[in-house]
Design a protein around this ligand. Structure first.
Ligand SMILES: [Zn+2]
Length: 147
């Protein structure tokens, strides 16, 4: 439901599938003239399979599907465009809040796994650099001209 803003704009708070809330500012004066629209009902188009896991590609079984775009479709549904990076399959569909919550959890797990791998790689690279540098110091191979 939109909130009234001071003067020439209105604010609307939208809860994203991740649970984060964003505020959208509307500056369109024409939209202020009429009565406020009723909250949108869920569209007639219901998700075909409420149990489907959105991170799984239905074309190649990859587990790396991610959302390209999303917006509210209804009170408890989201219109989401999905993309598989392995076979380039895409789909735009309406999915339930529960599906999107599970999808968001899966995406966060993937982000955490990537972050852990990145930190391990940085640590391994730094360890190798330190080993090479200390070996060069022991061999008197580091000279003032190197700095
Ligand atoms: Zn795929």
């Amino acid at each position: 439901m939109p909130d009234s803003g001071p003067g020439d704009h209105q604010l609307k708070r939208i809860v994203l599938p991740s649970g984060k809330t964003i505020e959208v500012v509307y500056f369109d004066h024409a939209s202020f003239a009429g009565p406020r629209p009723e909250p949108r009902e869920a569209p007639a188009e219901r998700p075909a399979d409420d149990e489907r896991e959105l991170h799984l590609c239905i074309n190649c079984d990859s587990r790396l599907v991610y959302p390209v775009q999303w917006d509210e479709a209804g009170a408890k549904t989201w219109n989401v465009t999905l993309r598989c990076p392995e076979c380039e399959w895409t789909e735009c569909g309406v999915f339930t809040q529960e599906q999107c919550d599970r999808f968001d959890d899966e995406l966060e797990c993937g982000t955490d796994a990537l972050s852990r791998d990145y930190k391990r790689l940085v640590t391994a690279n730094m360890s190798e650099e330190i080993d090479r540098f200390s070996a060069a110091l022991r061999a008197d191979a580091i000279l003032p001209i190197d700095f």
